[in-house]
Design a binder for this molecule. Structure first.
Ligand SMILES: Nc1ncnc2c1ncn2[C@@H]1O[C@H](COP(=O)(O)OP(=O)(O)OP(=O)(O)O)[C@@H](O)[C@H]1O
Ligand SMILES: C[C@@](O)(CCO)CC(=O)[O-]
Length: 954
């Protein structure tokens, strides 16, 4: 038989000598038993069940054929038989199909042999501690080559939790080549043995062909089930001695497991995964020690021509050099992620957890649990929302890459398996697979936690001590002895992810009329169920990173939601009055419904329920008279009360009005630039539209149309409080997430507002510092407008510069700039500084804000960038914290700022939008009302409200 020249054998006598096959294959080394006396070789199990006596020795620490330990071997590519003529440190790429020379020369045609591929295969022999190694075009190409060992009519026994591609190929063999596969649960070696016994008896009785291959995977993908390789291999040798035992070792790589040493005949790896590590090539690697199989495999590869190309061989060689370091890092983070999910109460499949049913078996055959894990949520839609809400975890099939990936196998890698078969094999449809990369594990956990929160899979524990605006930041993990401030949300109450990763542009406040609103003269209720009578709603505040004030004049603003929120509770009253309680401002209004100035509500609104484009001056002045009569009223509460009544009267209408008690609270600092007015407006708009059936009470999720409708009303309320708002604050409060918002304006070409979701924003850390200097946003907005009128040249030039800044920021934060993280942060830092300079030019800064800016920016040794955020004139400043900014320094900076009288919050942006919780019973109503009115600290109220079940979020 002719053997291709690029297959290698490791000589038993010379561990470091690797000899290429001769053209007739005669110099195949006969044995590997004495490769290195320091290598403890695993004794062959005498019979099934002996495995417990076998010690497992980690491959990591053993010396390979060249005397080096695994990580050293990875980095040391050296073939004494193929020294480069120039001494190149990196193996050259022999990009040549043919080689000149006389017959019998070592290389003649790259399908049969290529020097770059030969070097790779030699290196793999060293790493896998085997005689034969072959590099082919993909992992599936490996299986194609290997299954050609099986002849028509013969049988295969395989696992029942196999990779979808493997399953597809086995199906093809059955339909086209009469090679049938019996799938068994390989987690139970006795089942494998039973099947082997049964088939060997059937074959002896002539009822079926013999079993000539046993195909195993461990840990299985994606359920991470464990197969005892020693026991299964021994069972195969006992009942089907001719059967070739094959293992797909892709999940472990030779670093963590070497099945050849456990009695297996052939091992293959998808080199696309851990071996290459960067998802920049497709490759497959086959290893074996048996001469007969080595010859046969080499023959097949040469015959069908699927050997790896020179370029990919080079890339794979390069990737393998870092295999050990990558695996160590990925595995360490996977262990952390698995424990995190486990502690939240998810069912996690990972052999690194003590709860894994076959951990002991795995630990005996592998040197670590690897870096792939999976978990279930109990709800497929919830799983989809979690996957869709991650930012750092890329949605992708495959694994083994330096970047972390998330997927739903039933929709992706295993979609080719019939759903019925998936169900029969116990693969949950809600299964999420996580493939952990080399990123900083704190970022991975933060991103996952944000996604779980956004999706409604977890909620803050009622007892949570977290004081951060963001979910669980690095500092809150460090500060709390119990890092898990969250718990699983009971099922069927999850909130949908606010953002998807695909669509980016959505039309915001200009959507077509909703079906739920009747036409002229029609009743406005369009629901099967009567609207609820009591609700609690909440909406987030926002931080504007770029473009405040300019956004009012048609420039783009970049903003995101923060985790502090405003809240509203509404319950029925018995007395014909409506009450508005504003405990944060110490004001309570009670109005007799009949005495409200209903006639001032424009007829067009009363008839259609349409949201008016502008405030009706007559209605506002009629309401002002009603509100003005109340004692204790301040300028602040006056604006809030008018805004409330405008919405109440327009949305409800005289004929539907019911006696109700409204209590509005803010956990956001009020009038500090974090959008308390918009959050409050959104709460009122959401509560009224739901209570009066203008939109249905959301059962599981809020539709985009309904959110847009709430947003239109919130914008009207903002007009009362802010004068001429841009709409960015209420858009963030209603929709949540991180956005680039551009208002339709004569200065730009837009006819409808544009809201573009920004994928990359939520990965940044910010410090928000409240100057504690109060101000009214409305006055500052008016001040910029008046400058624009009096000095248009200066202001328009500033607006144009801010647009350039916002465009650059939008690009950087879209997640697709392609820049390295440090460069990204550096560029954002410059843009923040430039934007602040422009805001100073627009006269909206304040000495306290400048002091915060100076203190943060002179904070040695890391350069920080700070700008005012929101309307300015006091209020808050925002500082971008670089990823590697040490936690101790954040604490130090915060204490310096707090000593100077400022208040600090560390946050990330991008959580969910408005949320609704229906109050189901009289007790729930009473408790909510009591807590809303009595909690001294709004933070305490927030912790209680957020910890309740039953929220549905936009
Ligand atoms: N809990 C609350 N109770 C009553 N009114 C509130 C409450 N929270 C906010 N408001 C209303 O919102 C106004 C604050 O709006 P303002 O625009 O000045 O600040 P902001 O919305 O917090 O910040 P910015 O708009 O700069 O982002 C208050 O004056 C009040 O009318
Ligand atoms: C100052 C401003 O740009 C932001 C206030 O949070 C006003 C607005 O956009 O409505």
């Amino acid at each position: 038989m002719s053997i291709p020249r690029d297959a290698y054998s490791v000589s038993s006598s010379q561990a470091s000598t690797v000899t290429p096959f001769g053209t007739d294959g005669t110099d195949i080394a006969s044995s590997v038993a004495s490769l290195d006396s320091s290598i403890p070789t695993s004794p062959e199990p005498s019979d099934i069940g002996d495995e417990d006596k076998l010690p497992f020795v980690s491959h990591k620490d053993r010396r390979g054929p060249n005397g080096y330990r695994f990580a050293t071997q990875c980095a040391t590519v050296d073939d004494p038989n193929h020294k480069d003529q120039y001494g190149s440190s990196s193996t050259p790429i022999y990009m040549s199909a043919t080689f000149k020379g006389l017959p019998g020369a070592e290389f003649d045609y790259s399908r049969s042999g290529n020097p770059t591929r030969s070097m790779l295969q030699h290196h793999l022999c060293q790493l896998q501690n085997c005689k034969y190694s072959f590099a082919v075009s993909s992992g599936m190409a490996c299986l194609d080559v290997i299954t050609r060992i099986v002849k028509a009519g013969e049988r295969i026994i395989a696992g029942d939790d196999l990779y979808g591609g493997t399953n597809r190929l086995l199906g093809y063999l059955a339909s086209h080549q009469n090679i049938h596969t019996d799938h068994v649960d390989t987690t139970d070696a006795s089942k494998v043995e039973e099947m082997l016994q049964k088939r060997s008896q059937d074959a002896a009785a002539g009822k079926c062909g013999k079993v000539s291959m046993v195909l195993l995977e461990t840990p299985t993908n994606p359920c991470l089930k464990i197969c005892d390789l020693r026991r299964c291999a021994a069972a195969a040798k006992k009942w089907a001695p001719d059967a070739v035992v094959v293992v797909d070792n892709t999940m472990m790589s030779p670093y963590l497991m070497r099945p050849l040493e456990l009695g297996v005949d052939v091992v293959y790896d998808s080199g696309t995964k851990y071996l290459s590590g960067h998802h920049d090539l497709m490759a497959g690697v086959i290893a074996c020690d048996r001469d007969d199989l080595g010859k046969q495999i080499a023959f097949t590869i040469n015959s069908i021509g699927n050997a790896l190309t020179p370029m990919d061989s080079f890339l794979l060689l390069r990737g393998i050099k870092t295999l050990a370091v990558r695996m160590d890092r990925q595995q360490a983070s996977a262990i952390t992620v698995a424990h995190y999910l486990d502690s939240l109460g998810f069912k996690v499949n990972y052999p690194g957890l003590a709860s894994h049913p076959s951990k002991a078996v795995h630990d005996k055959q592998a040197a670590g649990p690897g870096s792939v894990l999976s978990f279930t949520t109990g709800d497929k839609a919830l799983s989809e929302r979690i996957v869709g809400a991650t930012r750092l975890w890329g949605i992708s099939v495959s694994f083994g890459c330096v970047n972390s990936l998330i997927s739903m196998p039933c929709l992706m890698s295993h979609a080719s398996i019939d759903p019925k078969v998936r169900a029969a094999r116990g693969m949950p449809e809600d299964l999420i697979r996580l493939c952990v990369g080399i990123e900083d594990e704190r970022d991975l956990l933060d991103d996952l936690e944000n996604a779980l929160l956004q999706a409604g899979a977890i909620r803050r524990k009622p007892s949570s001590r977290s004081t951060h605006l963001g979910s669980t930041t690095e500092s809150s993990r460090a500060a709390s002895p119990d890092p898990i401030a969250y718990e699983r949300t009971p099922l069927h109450t999850g909130e949908p992810a606010q953002q998807d990763k695909v669509g980016s542009l959505v039309d915001d406040m200009n959507r077509a009329k909703l079906e739920t609103r009747g036409g002229e003269g029609e009743p406005r209720l369009a629901q099967d169920h009567p609207p609820p009578t009591s609700v609690v709603v909440s909406a987030p505040g926002k931080v504007i990173l770029f473009g405040e004030h300019a956004v009012v004049h048609g420039v783009t603003a970049v903003a995101g939601s923060v985790a502090l929120r405003c809240y509203a509770s509404v319950s029925p009253r018995e007395d014909g009055n409506i009450s508005l309680d504003l405990p944060d401002l110490g004001v309570i209004h009670t109005w007799n419904i009949k005495e409200l100035p209903w006639s001032a509500v424009p007829k067009s609104i009363q008839a259609s329920g349409a949201v008016p484009d502008s405030l009706d001056a007559g209605l506002v002045s009629a309401i002002e008279k009603v509100v003005g009569d109340t004692v204790n009223e301040s300028e602040r509460s006056h604006a809030a009360s008018i805004a409330f009544l405008v919405l109440y009267m327009c949305i409800v209408g005289e004929s539907d009005a019911r006696a109700q008690a409204f209590v509005l609270r803010s956990a956001l600092p009020i009038g500090a630039g974090l959008g308390s007015s918009a959050a409050l407006s959104s709460c009122v708009a959401a509560a009224l539209t739901i209570l009066y059936g203008r939109i249905p009470a959301p059962a599981n999720e809020v539709s985009a149309d309904h959110s847009a409708y709430v947003n239109q009303w919130a914008f009207l309320s903002e007009k009362v409080i802010h004068g001429t708002p841009s709409g960015v604050d209420n858009s963030v409060a209603v929709h949540g997430g991180a956005i680039a918002f551009t208002r339709a304006h004569p200065s730009n070409t837009l006819t409808v507002n544009s809201m573009e979701k920004l994928k990359g924003f939520s990965s940044f850390r910010f410090l928000i510092v409240d100057s504690c200097v109060g101000r009214e946003g409305k006055k500052l907005i008016a001040h910029v407008a008046s400058q624009k009128e009096s000095d248009p040249t200066r202001v328009n030039a500033a607006l144009a510069r801010i647009q350039t800044i916002a465009d650059a920021a939008k690009h950087l934060l879209s997640g697709s700039s392609g820049l390295e993280r440090t460069q990204l942060v550096a560029q954002l830092r410059d843009l923040i500084k430039q934007n602040h300079t422009e805001l100073v030019g627009l006269e909206v800064s304040h000495p306290a804000l400048e002091l915060i800016k100076n203190k943060t920016e002179s904070f040695a040794p890391t350069e920080l960038a700070t700008k005012l955020t929101g309307a300015g004139g006091g209020g808050c400043a925002v500082t971008l914290l670089p990823d590697d900014f040490p936690e101790e320094q954040v604490r130090e900076l915060i204490s310096e700022l707090e000593n100077a009288g400022f208040k600090c919050y560390e946050t990330r942006v991008g959580g969910g939008g408005f949320g609704v919780k229906l109050l189901q019973s009289g007790e729930e109503e009473a408790e909510a009302k009591m807590r809303f009115q009595q909690a001294n600290q709004s933070q305490e109220l927030a912790a209680w409200v957020d910890g309740q079940d039953g929220w549905v979020f936009a």
